[in-house]
Design a protein around this ligand. Structure first.
Ligand code: NAP
Length: 327
């Protein structure tokens, strides 16, 4: 089968389209024929082994797993003897990072608990756009952010993969949502249901005197004290993504800044699981959430897709179309 392989760490230049052996499912595994995958910041971080400490898990000198790609959508081709939930022919999607990634390939083996059935009316590309970004948004809002109906919620970085899902999921919880993005994304985030939109090229939301019950930072730089100032009493700040410096600040200073006063400053790493993917799937089925797709690249152009995402201005999700025979 064809796959995009990286046998060393580095820039997207090290990625190669290769012919590799088609995997065979173990007893607890499902073999999926991948129709589409999506690109996440997780891919370029793993590719570049950034931050360096990531090498402890991913392989000290070279990557243990040589095929990237976490979000997949495809058709079950075969199942191992102990698999209970799926059978050949089922259309599925999921985030397979916990089973070692491998989605940038024609076939991948993964465990059944990372997959759910794809809503029938969605294309494989739409389904592949969903898992990691939507589950991150859901868990950030619900678990770390403790979102409540009627709350004033601000999403910074609302135009990206995580942000576009965060706006819609926050609306589905009944929040009053303010989305922060650049000029070219204002109409798009409004169409996703944002009640208010702040164009960060025109206005700094941390300086305008407005306060929010929950702030989700998917992207964009502000100091922790700026974010804290923009929180209402008892407000919660959740950092989901940003630069390495920002992640470090939130991890080290966040707990310390939360000790005094009634505002909570924290960060969160998403934990993909079948239950939350099923919740997201229900939101998709109900039409309350829809993926925003920026661009689709063929499998042979994964390197270009990762380069584009790394520029930091993707609008929604970047997709890899693996198998063209889609509906
Ligand atoms: N915590 C977790 O478990 C977890 C899971 C998944 C992802 N993440 C992280 O979440 C972050 C977001 O990921 P993503 O998939 O949404 O893609 P991304 O490539 O990081 O975000 C792209 C978006 O960021 C926006 N942006 C860039 N600069 C901005 C600024 N100064 N202010 C506001 N928005 C700005 C861009 O909008 P404009 O073009 O309008 O500027 C673009 O729409 C990444 O850092 C990723 O590592 C974390």
């Amino acid at each position: 089968m064809k796959a995009i392989v990286n046998t060393e760490y580095g820039s997207p230049d090290v990625l190669q389209l290769k012919e590799v052996e088609k995997p065979t499912p173990k007893d607890n595994e499902v073999l999926v024929k991948v129709h589409a995958a999506s690109v996440n910041a997780y891919d370029w971080r793993l590719l570049r082994a950034e931050p360096f400490i990531a090498r402890l898990a991913a392989g000290l000198l070279k990557p243990k797993n040589t095929i990237l790609g976490e979000d997949i959508a495809g058709r079950v081709e075969a199942v191992g003897g102990n698999v209970k939930q799926f059978q050949p022919g089922d259309e599925v999607f999921g985030d397979i990072a916990a089973s070692g990634s491998g989605g940038f390939a024609e076939y991948v083996c993964t465990i059944e608990n990372l997959l759910v059935l794809k809503p029938a009316r969605m294309t494989f590309e739409e389904a592949a756009a969903v898992p990691m970004a939507a589950i991150t948004a859901l868990q950030g809002l619900r678990d770390k952010g403790q979102i409540q109906p009627g709350q004033k919620v601000l999403i910074n970085g609302a135009g990206g993969g995580v942000g576009t899902f965060a706006v819609q999921i926050a609306k589905s919880f009944g929040a009053e949502v303010t989305a922060v993005c650049s000029t070219r994304n204002v109409d798009m985030v409004r169409s996703l249901g944002a009640d208010h939109v702040i164009d960060y090229t025109q206005e700094d939301f941390t300086q305008n005197g407005q306060c929010y019950d929950l702030i989700i930072a998917a992207n964009g730089y502000h100091s922790l004290s700026d974010y804290k100032r923009a929180l209402s009493p008892n407000g919660i700040y959740v950092m989901l993504g940003g630069s390495n410096a920002q992640i470090l600040q939130a991890l080290l200073l966040g707990p310390w800044m939360s000790i005094r006063g009634d505002k909570k400053m924290g960060s969160m790493t998403a934990r993909p699981n079948q239950k939350d993917l099923a919740i997201v799937s229900e939101l998709l089925e109900a039409g309350k959430v829809k993926p925003v797709i920026d661009r689709c690249y063929p499998l042979s152009e994964v390197a270009e897709a990762i380069r584009y995402l790394e520029e930091g201005h993707a609008r929604g999700k970047v997709i890899i179309t693996v198998e063209r025979n889609n509906h």
